[in-house]
Design a binder for this molecule. Structure first.
Ligand code: SAM
Length: 218
C-alpha cells in the first residue's frame, strides 16, 4: 500500500515537473524493444540531474554507467554551448545503443562514450570535471570515489545513485556485493576530507533507495 502511494506521487510529480519530449520517450521505447534492462533513472531523477548540472554551471561532466544514454541526455541538455559530457560503459551492446541515442538526440558532438571497465577508463582520464555522476556497478563505488576525488574540480559536484538499496547498506548481507560496495562507499564518503556530503533517501516507482550528493572542497 505504501509503495503504491509513492509510485502514484512519483507519477504526479513527473507529470507536473519532468515531462519527457519525444527524444527522451523514444530512448525508453527503443531500450525496451532492444531488451535493455529497465534500470535507467526515472524522469524526475533525470530532471533533478539536469537541474543540478544547470545550478552548478557545469561545462565538463562525467558519468559512470551509460546504459541507453537516458540520464546522459538529461544532463547533456544542461550544458552550455561548447560543454562536454563523457560517459563510461562496460557493455558493448549498451554502448552501441547509447551512441545511437546521442545521434538521435543531436548530441553526437557533445556526448563522448568510452567503452570498457569504468575503473580502467577513470584511471587514464584527465580532469577537471565540474560534475561526476556514478550510476554503475556498486561493488566498485569505493574505487570510483577515489577517482572522482582526483578528477573533480575544486567546488565540483559529485553524485552517486543507489547507495541505500532498500536499507541493505545498514547491515549488508555477506553475499550482497552491491550493498557491501554501497555501504563502504557511504562510510568513506561521509568522512572523506575532500568532500562535504549527504545522502538523500528516495522512494518512488524505482523502490526505496538513495542518492549521495557531495561537493569537493574548494
Ligand atoms: N545512468 C543510466 C541511466 O540512468 O540512463 C543507467 C545506468 S545502469 C543503472 C548501469 C550501467 O552500468 C549498465 O549499463 C552497466 O552495463 C554499466 N556497468 C556495469 N558495470 C560497469 C563497469 N565496471 N564499468 C562501466 N560500466 C559498467
Amino acid at each position: 500500500m505504501q509503495d503504491k502511494i509513492f509510485e502514484t506521487v512519483d507519477t504526479y510529480i513527473d507529470g507536473l515537473f519532468a515531462s519527457e519530449d519525444v527524444i527522451l520517450e523514444s530512448i525508453r521505447d527503443r531500450a525496451r524493444a532492444a531488451g535493455l534492462p529497465e534500470i535507467e533513472v526515472s524522469a524526475g531523477q533525470g530532471k533533478f540531474l539536469y537541474l543540478m548540472a544547470k545550478l552548478t554551471g557545469a561545462t565538463r561532466m562525467l558519468e559512470v554507467g551509460t546504459l541507453g544514454g537516458y540520464s546522459t541526455v538529461w544532463m547533456a541538455r544542461a550544458l552550455p554551448e561548447g560543454g562536454q559530457m563523457t560517459t563510461l560503459e562496460l557493455d558493448a551492446a549498451h554502448a552501441a545503443f547509447a551512441r545511437e541515442t546521442f545521434r538521435l538526440a543531436a548530441l553526437e558532438g557533445v556526448c563522448h562514450m568510452i567503452e570498457g571497465p569504468a575503473l580502467q577508463s577513470l584511471q587514464v582520464l584527465e580532469g577537471p570535471f565540474d560534475l561526476v555522476f556514478l550510476d554503475a556497478n556498486k561493488d566498485q563505488y569505493p574505487d570510483y570515489l577515489e577517482e572522482a576525488a582526483r578528477l573533480l574540480a575544486p567546488g565540483g559536484l559529485f553524485m552517486a545513485d543507489n547507495v541505500i538499496r532498500k536499507g541493505a547498506v545498514i547491515d549488508p548481507p555477506v553475499d550482497d556485493v552491491m550493498a557491501r560496495g554501497a555501504a563502504e562507499f557511504n562510510r568513506r564518503l561521509s568522512s572523506y576530507p575532500q568532500f562535504e556530503s549527504i545522502v538523500l533517501q528516495q522512494v518512488g516507482r524505482k523502490g526505496h533507495d538513495g542518492l549521495a550528493v557531495a561537493r569537493k572542497r574548494a
